[in-house]
Each structure stands twice: as structure tokens, then as C-alpha cells.
Design a protein around this ligand. Sequence first.
Ligand SMILES: [Zn+2]
Length: 337
Amino acid sequence: MQVPAHFFVLSGFLGSGKTTLLSDLLSDADDGRVAVIVNDVGQVNIDGALIAVQSGVPMATLSNGCVCCTLTNDLPYTIEALIMERERNGGAPFTKVILECSGLSEPGGVLRSLSPLAALGMRVRVITTYASDQIVGSDDFALAAAQLCAAHTIVLTRMDLASAEQVSEALTFVQEMGPMATQIVERDRRERARVSFATDNTGVPAPGRPERLLDLKGAGHPRVSVFAIQWDAKLEWTTFAAWLENLAGYLDTRLLRVKGLVLLDGCDESILIQGVGQHFDTPRRIPGHESVSSLVVISRDTILAEIEGMAPHLPGARYSMLRSPGAGGSFRLARPD
Ligand SMILES: [Zn+2]
């Protein structure tokens, strides 16, 4: 099967400009090697369907359910069907397949549903749109945290409808909520779409630079904390895996992201651990010579004692809160032009 190189999960609230971003990309993509999957819940996503038809892009729809929770078996099937049809038609392999999620989707659930396709080796990236004129209320907070913290790339949208102050506030908010993401603040819509779907960033930390795992930007959000756990001695996989499972089970939907390079018994290389929500990638070996294991955990509404108290005990582990809730920061917005 001719596997596409990149799979994009395009998430974001209803009305946050997902379809516009996609449309701007497709109007510029002249190589005809992009496919789109649209997830509409309850009703047909007219805009999404229309742009695909207008741009002649191969499209599939996932209807009558949400791709993160109820349609999880349908997604791998739909991707395979798109690829197979392309092959039958004799077309060149897709370079990008883009899933436009419903506004209610949590990226962690979508990533988990992609697990059956892990062997294909597609690079998966999460892009989350955030409307500059948007205000997230407490009802939407958990979903916003899940979508923004899961993102590799956060794109500010609707900048033409927002004041400079709103744009500044929106950028501060997404930096608080998605500290591991690259933020895109670009007023030109075509350029915004191009850089949002750029494929040159692999998301894998450079070997030998564990401190690069997290480049903290901005102040802490009152409800989102970043924890660091480090240890020098190698750990047994079974101990570490049990700890990670307990952490995921205990924090449940509060767990937003886990990322780190850990050293394990019987393995000379570091192991890359990556999790989004309750979904964890298959751990991968990363060449390099780390002398210390370091893991970053991002969670909402969590205190350090909860992380420190997680069983089983990790021998020699040092716990710290890199960014405490509501901590002041010195972040200043570079004026967008
Ligand atoms: Zn869902």
C-alpha cells in the first residue's frame, strides 16, 4: 500500500476556522496529492464537503458520530479505503491526509483510533485552531485544554475579526494551555495555511538535549501545571510501565501530555515516551547518550503531591513543578504584523 507520508489531525472548536484553514491550504496545493477526511456529527459538514468538491480533492466523510469516541473503528478503514482507491486509479501516492475533526473531538481519542495503522509509519501531527476572538468559558475548559495541549501546532485564526488586544490575549492563553506546541500567528491566510501544514518538524527531540523536551513559554494557566521527573539510575521497564499506567489511570481526563526520554535496564539507547490524553505511542528507541531520564507531565487541576505519590515508587526520582498554576511569567507579545 502506498502510505501517505503525513497524517494531520485538525482539531479545534466549532467556529474556530478549521474549514477555512483547510480551504486556504487546498486552494494553494497544486500537486493534487492531498486527501481530506471530514468528521461531521449529526449533520453534513457542508463547508468541508464543498471545498473538497471545489478543489477536486479526494474526500471521505465520517458521519453520525464523533471520530474520537464513537467512530474509532471507522477511521483506519476510511484511510485505507482512500489509499486503495488512489492506487486503483493509478494516482501518485498522497503526501498528506488531513482529518478535519468535529468541534467536540479530543485528539487523544483520535490518535488512539489510529493505532491499528501504526505499522504503516505515517507521521501524525495534531493541529489545533483557536479563534482570536474566542473566550473559553468554564464549561468548555476541559475540552480546550485537551485540544490545545495535544497540539504540535496551534494556529490563531480569525485575526481579521479580532482587535490587537484580543489577539494578544488569545496568544497568551494558547501558550499557557499548550506549552509544547509551536504557535502560528500569521495574518496572511495563505501563508498561515502553508506554515500550519509544514512537514519539516518531526516533533522528536534532538538526541543529547533532554532540556529541549520542553521550551516553556509564557506564564502558567491557573489550572494547567507542568511537572518534571528526573532520575539517574536505569529503571526496569515493568516498574516504569506500571507507574505510567497508574499515572494515566489516576489522572484520567486531567492528564494532557506526557513526553520524555528515559533510560531502561538492558538498553543503551534512550526510549522516547509520548502520550496525548490517555493515548500513548509505542515507545521508540532514540540514538544518543543521555545520562539522565527526564519526563515531563502536563496535567490540569493537579498538585505536585499527587504526582510524587504515584505508585510504584521510581527509585531515585526527583520531582519538580516546572510551571505552577497561575505563576507569573515575563512573556510579552511580539506585535503581529
Ligand atoms: Zn468524540
